[in-house]
Design a protein around this ligand. Sequence first.
Ligand code: ADP
Length: 261
Amino acid sequence: LEDQFAKSQKMQAIGNLAGGIAHDFNNVLTIITASVDFLLLNHRAGDPSFQDLLLIKQSANRAASLVRQLLAYSRRQTMRPKMLNLTDVIADMHLLLKRISGDLVKLERHHARDLWPVMADIGQFEQVITNLVQNARDAMPEGGTITISTRNVPEAEIKRLGYVEMTEGDFALVEVADTGGGMPDKVAERIFEPFFTTKEIGKGTGLGLSMVYGIVKQSGGFIFVDSVVGKGTSFRIFLPRHFPSEAALAKVEAGPAVLSA
Ligand code: ADP
């Protein structure tokens, strides 16, 4: 228990540091991008400096994307939470996820139809799933199976599972499991830290899972990883069940309007 406490304090300290840097860096980037845009207006494609300016602009865009991931980790990103059914969101992502997994990987889905709703930002949740599927694919260069499942986990079961960080309430669970190479404990302990990667330079930034962690935490949820070397890895995301207000429910009964709480 003490271990977990120390770990979450460490994660928070890294988050504060990363968030502070990202925030200031973002201001600098805004100036670079605006200045380059201005210069590009005064240059034509054939001009000698045009290619250099484009390169600056592309690099600034890439830096901005890294900064966004860091801001998500440190929970300084603005969220627009809506009431979501995660089964539906994942079903809608099926084609995209198939494309990410590639031809060698089989993508399976097991979904609870009556999954409890949660409050989350749909764009951010899609980023979470996309990241987990990308990592799963990377862990299976020779192919394998990715299984995405959802189900309701009532409070009584949470207690039985014994996740010490979670104490009360009902949760909707999303699990992304792969049959890849897995990871040793030494790696698993550090995967949520920003910039921690075991991938080659240029292949991984080490920001994917830290962003996932930040988004899940900001949504009031929990994430756990189980991994066995040579067998595979499974990520479990628990998001708190949302109880819609009567007004929101009345709106659903009245017609097919999209629910937002
Ligand atoms: P990146 O993918 O850029 O390395 P992440 O934060 O997404 O950054 O992941 C950090 C590290 O966690 C990876 O480099 C890898 O070592 C490990 N990892 C993540 N997902 C898996 C997985 N499904 N199977 C095995 N290792 C994984």
